[in-house]
Write a protein that binds this ligand. Structure first.
Ligand SMILES: NC(=[NH2+])NCCC[C@H](N)C(=O)O
Length: 287
């Protein structure tokens, strides 16, 4: 029987520089619809969220991510493994605040951040003004006033429970914020065996955390393998290495869910990145 996965699509690109990553969830949903659930072994139960049409960017994102958090909170409380398909990576503000709200203590969540970027800027340090470069600052409780209007002030991830892997592009301000908080960062050039790196991260977090989540920005992957992303960075993890690593860790009982973000169909080539996103989902969730 196909495994049922609660899936949330967030059709928004408000936090990024491009205009098309809001289509990621619909495109992935259509791609899955080409096959039967018996073929994929998965039945994705889709829920879609769309931003409001009016209001400031911050107000629209705050509203969207408040709704996002209601889904992930409910799924975490009820032990339903979930999948979130963002738009841009600011979706992490909604996904993980919801998970944190479901827990008696915020220290119960361990988060693995797979990304080329740190995404730990604030409005004070951002070079671009793009909110997809800021979610980690807010998740750690380091938001400035303007960023704080998007993120609920109730729940923050403990810095020792956040592991960042694959980083190869960052600014001084965000690096200083993470260093000061003592967040562990594994830079892309420190990785020789991605499977071992991911396995070690899962093992480390599972020692102290009750549940573990993964936030994956597709720009973690080498742009040769995943050209369809908003902000590609040379180098990165090869597709084969990522899929192998996910196969190794997927059966860990503490996973609450996976979030995938930053698919930009406009720069994709022959649907390579779209199909890769589908493979990631199948690899992580199918038995
Ligand atoms: N989720 C992403 N793709 N983030 C890219 C961020 C790029 C840059 N550090 C910025 O803050 O603008």
């Amino acid at each position: 029987m196909a495994k049922l996965i609660q899936t949330l699509g967030i059709a928004s690109c408000l936090g990024g520089p491009m205009r098309t990553c809001g289509y990621a969830a619909e495109l992935l949903r259509d791609e899955f619809a080409r096959q039967s659930s018996t073929q994929t072994g998965l039945q994705l139960q889709w829920h879609m969220l769309y931003p409001e049409k009016t209001g400031t960017k911050e107000a629209r994102l705050a509203h969207l991510y408040q709704k996002t958090s209601q889904f992930t909170r409910y799924w975490t409380e009820n032990h339903h493994l979930f999948l979130v398909i963002g738009g841009d990576h600011s979706c992490a503000l909604g996904t993980w605040s919801g998970v944190l709200q479901a827990l008696p203590h915020s220290s119960e969540l361990g988060l693995i951040w797979l990304d080329a970027h740190m995404d730990a800027n604030t409005f004070a340090t951002t070079p671009s003004g793009n909110i997809h470069g800021m979610p980690v600052a807010a998740l750690l409780g380091k938001a400035d006033e303007r960023l704080g209007t998007i993120y609920p002030a109730c729940c923050f991830i403990q810095p020792e429970n956040l592991l960042m892997i694959g980083i190869r592009s960052y600014e001084a301000g965000e690096y200083a914020l993470l260093k000061q908080a003592n967040v562990k960062i594994v830079f892309a050039d420190q990785i020789s065996d991605f499977s071992q790196t991911l396995l070690a991260a899962v093992e480390q977090l599972s020692r102290t955390c009750k549940i573990i989540g993964i936030s994956l920005d597709l720009d973690l992957i080498d742009p040769e393998d995943a050209p369809g992303v908003e902000t590609p960075v040379l180098g990165g993890i090869k597709t084969a290495a990522l899929l192998e690593a996910l196969t190794l860790v997927k059966h860990h009982s503490k996973f609450c869910g996976l979030e995938i973000s930053e698919f930009n169909p406009e720069s994709d080539r022959h649907a390579k990145t779209l199909l890769l996103m589908k493979s990631i989902v199948e690899t992580f969730y199918a038995d």
